[in-house]
Design a protein around this ligand. Structure first.
Ligand code: ADP
Ligand code: NI
Length: 221
């Protein structure tokens, strides 16, 4: 369980992240963080293992502050989080545990092959990936694509099989291509048993959504 001091650090961090992300319209807004944190807690409770809830909460709250999409460079993002942590009474070991999770959890078009080793990392990665699929994932994908002036769908454009980091950064995909390049692959990438179960439901919903989408596109419905 959390100590009073840990609770204070979490509250303070919550306030910091809220102010940083509250106006983001590209799918990384505060409510994404809020959902990931709650999903992580719910998975953690089902995972009958020794879990450090302080690391879990802090990494969930800070996981997008260092994201390359939200900073000039990845190094800038890392610096931002490290400097935040250094102004709080957090041990070096805790800092490294948190940094290890947030620097290695991103999907990056499937180009990130680093596997997270800590149980806290596995849980937060599952929670973040769950928020990228299902009904919410669809909404975030459409919002993200719109924020980049990209099309919803172009039947002449085919999804790419394996993305390189250049493909991933090129911004050449439509929202529908993103389903095939990322969203539909995430079910197979879940780390925890509760995460896998939730991913199944969300995956099925996306498949249903896509079949409706194409039927409407073709004028069949
Ligand atoms: P996360 O916060 O889950 O690590 P990302 O930073 O990759 O995810 O992206 C934020 C949201 O925007 C996610 O829901 C993701 O699927 C969506 N997204 C990312 N890249 C694209 C893209 N090229 N087209 C459409 N949606 C995207
Ligand atoms: Ni995220």
């Amino acid at each position: 369980m959390l100590t009073d001091l840990q609770k204070k650090i979490i509250e303070h961090t919550e306030d910091y992240v809220y102010k940083l992300l509250k106006d983001d319209a590209s799918g990384h807004d505060w409510w994404h963080i809020h959902r990931v944190r709650n999903l992580a807690k719910s998975i953690a409770k089902q995972e009958r293992k020794e879990i450090n809830f302080f690391i879990c909460e802090m990494a969930a709250l800070l996981h997008d502050v260092a994201d390359e999409k939200m900073n000039k460079t990845e190094a800038d993002g890392e610096k931002k989080v490290r400097s935040w942590l250094s102004t709080h009474p957090i041990t070096e070991e805790e800092t490294e545990q948190i940094m290890d999770i947030i620097l290695h959890m991103s999907y990056k078009g499937g180009t990130n092959k680093t596997k997270l080793t800590s149980i806290e990392g596995k849980i937060i990665q599952d929670a973040d990936r769950l928020d990228a699929i299902g009904a919410i994932g669809i909404a975030r994908t459409m919002a993200y694509s719109g924020s980049k002036n990209r099309l919803i769908h172009d039947p002449e454009k085919k999804p790419r099989e394996h993305l390189t980091i250049e493909d991933y950064r090129s911004g050449e995909d439509t929202a529908i291509m993103h389903f095939y390049e990322k969203l539909l692959k995430l079910r197979e990438e879940m780390n925890t048993t509760p995460g896998k179960k939730l991913a199944e439901q969300r995956h099925a919903f996306m498949e249903h959504y896509l079949s409706e989408f194409y039927a409407e596109w073709d004028g069949d419905r």
